[in-house]
Design a protein around this ligand. Structure first.
Ligand SMILES: C[S@@+](CC[C@H](N)C(=O)[O-])C[C@H]1O[C@@H](n2cnc3c(N)ncnc32)[C@H](O)[C@@H]1O
Length: 263
């Protein structure tokens, strides 16, 4: 799906860019970002903690022999991007990025500067159409060999009505044994009042936010073997693989992260 950049309503990719201090966002994104900050001033810390989880999980996977990555819900490029982390360890790593927001497509050139030995490609597709994601991925990745499927800070934008759990199952069904699922996800478990207010504000602006409990999050990994330490708040997952994010321990980070292997 391609399309025009819609600057009349906020978009998750652009709000996230604003939280991270990027320049690829519009006044409507900043305005909604500021409203989120009035509910929880730690949102920018959460964004950095989430990004740091992606770096550590990718490092862990590359060091454990994974050479193919399918990253859906990539976001606007922010260095280091996933392929830079993976190819920094394994230059032959093959990476497919995928997002449904036209702003990511507009900046995708920055995602394509990978190693000569590996492959780095961008696919414009919606995760709610897993067959389109798989069809695009197949052009670059060998789906008979293990793939790390990363859905990082993505699934809380996909409602139950849109079949969030089913589409993860569908994507994993096409990946062989030895593949991995990597997910981070926002939750209302720790901050129910603020979460409810954030969900309502975003819904009024046309953005779906489907916060999930620990149990609902853990269900994404049904049938898989969770890598130690299992389901954790994101900054406590293998902290030794990266640097701490300033402020990460100053209060609750309302999210979960986990990595699991397909047996
Ligand atoms: C919060 S950003 C996360 C970016 C990156 N994964 C990270 O964690 O740093 C969420 C991304 O998911 C994308 N997204 C939201 N809904 C999507 C969908 N249905 N299909 C594909 N991408 C989607 C947004 O456009 C945005 O780029």
């Amino acid at each position: 799906m391609t399309g025009q950049i819609d600057t009349t309503r906020p978009h998750p990719a652009r709000m996230y860019d604003w939280y991270l201090g990027g320049k690829d966002n519009y006044p409507v994104d900043e305005e909604m970002g500021r409203q989120m900050l009035t509910l929880d001033p730690r949102v920018p810390v959460m964004a950095r903690v989430n990004r740091a989880f992606m770096h550590r999980a990718t490092r862990w996977l590359a060091r454990n022999g994974v050479r193919q990555f399918l990253d859906v819900g990539t976001g606007i490029p922010t260095e280091p991007n996933l392929h830079q982390v993976a190819q920094g360890i394994a230059p032959d790593a093959r990476v497919v990025y995928c997002d449904n927001d036209p702003i990511v497509l507009a900046h995708a050139a920055a995602l394509l500067r990978g190693t000569d030995e590996g492959a780095t490609e961008y696919l414009q597709a919606d995760v709610r159409d897993p067959d389109a994601v798989l069809e695009g991925a197949r052009k670059v990745l060998d789906l008979t060999r293990p793939v790390a499927l990363s859905l990082i800070a993505l699934l809380h934008f996909v409602s139950d009505e849109d079949g969030a759990h089913d589409l993860v199952r569908r994507l994993l069904a096409e990946l062989p044994s030895g593949s991995y699922l990597v997910v981070t996800h926002a939750t209302s478990d720790f901050t129910p009042e603020e979460s409810k207010a954030a969900t309502e504000k975003l819904r009024a602006a046309g953005v779906t936010l489907a916060l999930r409990s620990r149990e609902e999050f853990t269900r994404f990994f049904d049938g898989l073997d969770l890598v130690e330490p299992g389901v954790e708040v994101p900054h406590r997952w293998h902290p030794e693989l990266g640097e701490p994010v300033p402020g990460q321990d100053d209060g609750v980070i309302p999210g979960y992260g986990a990595v699991a292997r397909k047996p």
